[in-house]
Design a protein around this ligand. Structure first.
Ligand code: ASP
Ligand code: MG
Length: 377
């Protein structure tokens, strides 16, 4: 079996929903388990509603609440999901409203309550996806991840209890897979042993996907995105950034940790512990091989793997085994000639170089470095 994860941007419009449907349909024989995150922008929106409610800004909270509701109800309409599904969404929205009202009354927002609120993104999107698949004759079954993923009570960055969660996941999902059903699970969320909703940290539905894959001994995890995989640099900054076909776990984790917003670093770390392959695939082009993350084996290590960046801190990070060669490091520094580099550091293995500069300079630096190391990529 495989685990397939879809992010919020996979559901922007009807065409996008149809693409997701045909991708899942194409994998039916591989017995997929589907993990879904909130619709695009919804988690941020929920976070804002919660803050406005806590600050007593009733109007703002109300407006955003309505927007969240209408986004989901509109998809019920457009996808023609029917009355039942509208009722399910309505029920979730009522629970959510009650939660908000108590935040408003108390005028405070604990991390515990915030997790409960943020969870609605995935709770709502998973209702829509399961219903949409069923409507299109796939035997999808919605399962509430909070019944499977048991975590500690570190709200907003909860840590799973691995053995218990594995047991629960296997007990609940193996029978469904045996019946040839397709479980649909909300990512990002779990619950404490006493049933309080928790979240695994922002961007955490990738982590959920990795966890389920590990617990269910999946062949691999497919993470479907609206980009063709990991790229040698941010394609919005570098026009000729290339797709990276293979990455080791370590390389992938480093790129994520230093700013590539492709996967949650914990998703990569957990997959690495389990020797579980991750494929980052492109929803707009099913044939595109994307990025395969695994132990590299016979694939020759390129000199330079890619460039990640974190603009707010003016940090540009170059990753690759080739950086051990002084001439490669020199080439990177030379590419930044004429720029004010405030600090340069390398890790002890010298497979990573971090350059710190003014944040206005980062885009230019990325372009120049990419150009400078192009022949080594
Ligand atoms: N919806 C959550 C977030 O935006 C989790 C995720 O997208 O992976 O952080
Ligand atoms: Mg999200």
């Amino acid at each position: 079996m495989i685990v397939m994860k879809f992010g919020g941007s996979s559901f922007q419009n009807v065409a996008a929903w149809q693409r997701v449907l045909s991708i899942i349909r194409g994998r039916e024989s591989r017995r997929p388990v589907v993990v879904v995150s909130a619709l695009a922008g919804i988690t941020n929106e929920l976070d804002a509603v919660a803050s406005h409610a806590a600050a007593g800004e009733k109007m703002e909270a109300q407006q955003r609440f309505e927007r969240i509701a209408s986004t989901h109800f509109e998809f019920c309409e457009i996808l023609q999901l029917g009355k039942d599904v509208r009722q399910q969404i309505g029920l979730r929205m009522r629970e959510f409203r009650m939660c908000l009202e108590s935040v408003m009354t108390l005028g405070e927002l604990t991390l515990r309550t915030r997790d409960q609120i943020l969870a609605y993104g995935e709770l709502l999107s998973s209702v829509l996806l399961a219903a949409y698949l069923r409507q299109n004759r796939l035997n999808a079954r919605l399962v509430d991840s909070r019944e499977l993923v048991v975590t500690n009570d570190a709200f907003s960055a909860a840590v799973p209890r691995f053995r218990l969660s594995r047991l629960r996941s296997q007990n609940s999902l193996f029978p469904l897979l045996e019946q040839k059903a397709i479980p649909v699970l909300p990512g990002f969320i779990g619950a404490t042993k006493t049933g309080l909703t928790t979240t695994l940290g922002r961007g955490g539905s990738d982590y959920s996907a990795s966890l389920f894959a590990g617990w269910l001994n999946a062949e691999e995890v497919e993470v479907w995105k609206d980009v063709p995989g990991f790229m040698t640099a941010d394609p919005l900054v570098v026009a000729d950034a290339q797709r990276i076909p293979h990455l080791s776990y370590r390389e992938a984790e480093q790129l994520c940790r230093f700013g590539a917003k492709i996967l949650h670093p914990l998703a990569v770390r957990y997959a690495s512990q389990k020797r579980l392959a991750i494929r980052v695939l492109y929803t707009r082009d099913v044939e595109n091989p994307g990025t395969h993350i695994f132990t590299k084996g016979t694939v020759p290590a390129p000199h330079v793997i890619g460039i990640a960046s974190h603009k707010p801190s003016g940090r540009v990070t170059v990753i690759g085994e080739g950086l051990r060669k002084p001439m490669v490091a020199a080439r990177i520094l030379n590419s930044c000639g004429g720029m004010d580099i405030l600090r340069v550091s390398q890790n002890s293995l010298r497979s990573r170089m971090i350059l710190v500069m003014m944040k206005e300079d980062t885009d230019r630096a990325i372009r120049q470095i990419h150009e400078g190391v192009k022949s080594l990529l």
